[in-house]
Design a protein around this ligand. Structure first.
Ligand SMILES: Nc1ncnc2c1ncn2[C@@H]1O[C@H](COP(=O)(O)OP(=O)(O)OP(=O)(O)O)[C@@H](O)[C@H]1O
Length: 267
């Protein structure tokens, strides 16, 4: 499944948020969206999972404008795991939450079939959520919830996965496990990640947003240059591929002093 975003403009409450944003993910690609707080990453994701209709521009999934699809057709293609909003459903156990991922697959009768059961069981196992299956979702820790919400997204059997800071609550081993799992699914993925080491580890390509514009896009090491890390993130840093094949970012001891930072970082 190919994702294309083209000439996207978003204005919210008369504030321009995204300007002329374009990106592409080829089938099976994992594209990381990076950028400082407020640079527009979540806003861009919202246009992709159909929560925010762009005023200009288009989001295409396998050539179809997602905003021209029915909500059900769009949900059959795209699953999102978002930052916790605090609005967790109450009174549902983990298996029931994961089963919600099957909703777009149900016909008018809305009955669970063998396919639904199999998809839920597989997703619980894939995400290591089996021991939690009977627990009340609201009783789970932050990291456990993240696993379950990823399981719900995988149970949906989507063609495109949209992830907003999936790894926030996860311990370091769980981060690696879930990132490896996402990679192993082969699902085209657009992921917001603040941790640049994790972004480098997971993604084939990165897209850097700054003040609502794409300022760099391409293979990980082409994007994570010392200039970009300074100008966009306000840090002295270098990114290198180590002999084990992993890209790591080495940061200077302190953030750049305010008087050394480019104006656009401070503003
Ligand atoms: N309704 C709104 N009206 C005005 N500005 C808004 C509105 N919603 C969001 N914004 C602004 O849009 C900008 C981009 O927000 P967004 O959540 O997309 O950033 P982000 O890159 O995901 O940030 P973070 O890394 O902090 O999660 C922010 O400056 C935010 O304050």
């Amino acid at each position: 499944m190919k994702l294309t975003v083209d000439q996207l403009h978003i204005t919210l409450d008369r504030h321009p948020i995204l300007h002329n944003v374009a990106l592409e993910a080829q089938p099976g690609d994992i594209v990381g969206l990076i950028g400082p707080n407020g640079s527009g990453k979540s806003t861009l994701l919202r246009t992709v999972y159909r929560s925010l209709r762009p005023q200009q521009g288009v989001v295409r999934v396998d050539g179809d404008d997602v905003w021209a699809l029915s909500p059900r057709s769009a949900a059959l293609r795209t699953a999102a795991v978002l930052q916790e909003s605090g609005g967790s459903p109450t009174g549902l156990c983990v298996t029931e939450i994961v089963a919600l991922g099957r909703t777009p697959h149900h016909g008018l009768l809305g009955r669970d079939g063998a396919d639904d059961h199999e998809a839920v069981e597989e997703a619980l196992d894939q995400c290591g959520a089996r021991p939690l299956a009977d627990r009340d979702f609201t009783s789970l820790s932050g990291g456990e919830r993240q696993r379950v919400l990823l399981a719900r997204a995988l149970a949906q059997r989507p063609k495109l996965l949209v992830l907003d800071e999936l790894t926030n609550h996860l311990d370091i081993r769980a981060r690696f496990e879930l990132l490896d799992l996402i990679r192993s699914t082969g699902i085209t993925t657009l992921a917001v990640l603040h941790d640049l080491d994790l972004a480098a580890r997971l993604c084939d390509h990165l897209v850097a947003l700054h003040h609502g514009e794409v300022v760099a896009a391409g293979p990980v090491l082409d994007v994570l240059t010392p200039d970009l890390l300074r100008d966009v993130f306000g840090v002295t840093a270098t990114a290198d591929r180590h002999p084990d094949g992993v890209v790591r970012v080495t940061y200077g001891a302190k953030p750049l002093a305010l008087d050394l930072m480019p104006d656009e970082v401070i503003s």
